[in-house]
Write a protein that binds this ligand. Sequence first.
Ligand code: AMP
Ligand code: MG
Length: 404
Amino acid sequence: MREAQQRILSHFKPVETEMSPLNACAGRVLAADIISSDLPPFDNSSVDGFAVIAKDVASATSASPLTLSVVADIPAGSSSDITLAHGQAARIMTGAPILNGADAVIMVEDTDFNNRNAGTSAPEIVKVFKNIQTGENVRKRGMDIKTGDKILFAGTRLRAQEVGLLAMLGVANLSVYRKPRVALLSSGDELAPVELRLAPGQIHDSNSYTLSVLIAEAGCEVLTLGIAPDQKDAIQFLFDQAIDINADLIISSAGVSVGALDYVKEVVESNGKLDFWQVNMRPGKPLAFGGYRGVPFMGLPGNPVSAFMGFEVFARPAIGRLAGMNTATRPKVKVRLAETIESDGRESYLRAIVEERDGVLSAKLTGHQGSGNLLSLVQANALLIVPAGVKSLAIGDQAEAWML
Ligand code: AMP
Ligand code: MG
């Protein structure tokens, strides 16, 4: 299993990088480290109020307020060249730069300017009702991040907060990995597209849908090739299309077991090579990996749940590496079992619900674990991992689970 994963991974390296505008970067993978400048970029006020010299108002109380003359008005987005002298204050808004000489900001609520409209101009004098510490209500330049700090690393997938931080730094264009192109096909004479009514013996092709979503969510472009019937020529025709559209990876489902009509492996073998066939996991085997005319090929099992698990265990890490990501795995948690579990000694991925009970994460299975029963995967929020060699687990035993 691990060996199979490692062998597959060793065939992948990150795709090329490209420049992208920031507003198109959500979900993309950063290709270069980002070094910060000071944030915030200048000393600024964290409140609406009056910038003062803290010592000046040391004795202020509501019973005996101190009066300062207001010498400047600094709305957000402006600045003042004035240097504050003793006995003086400047009206200042949240986010506006602290003027020279001032070392604290007294909140408007702690002055006699309190109840007046914020839209009015600054008063000529202000009465201060409270003392204040030096530095209070001042956000110092570089307080959050210092110039030169490495704040984002190549290989990071950009979420809303990373995109926002880049915007703070004024990064309008940045180097990201291009999206890997993953060609996807389903194989089997029994499959019909979802739009069509089923003839006797047919089923709808669901794997194309499930896998498209997984591939797209993993940050790739999905090139859907459709359904290949169980005929070598037709399968080859679709594989060749994947080559024409410069796929970085071809993923198929079904057609790689030992059934007499499983032609996918023959087609791949005669146009490239295949690495191995059976992996000791449940559900999931058979799995094929190789190359079709130089493009990596992964053949997942046909059963809908097996195809999903095969993707999670083998395709996700490979796609993550293609996409330039440092880590691509699902978050893993330690859980306690809420029921006994029997296994057959193969590494098993069981559909489970993980929820907190009395302060610990507890796992129970979602019922019938048949490899065609997608509903039990719909009901699951986790995959419970039963390691190879383990045949039974008792209530209260600890195990690991991937959160879905
Ligand atoms: P195979 O690997 O071709 O032996 O297929 C195993 C099982 O998965 C069979 O019951 C197939 O009908 C089913 N199957 C194969 N491909 C798909 C698909 N794309 N969508 C849904 N079920 C499929
Ligand atoms: Mg088949």
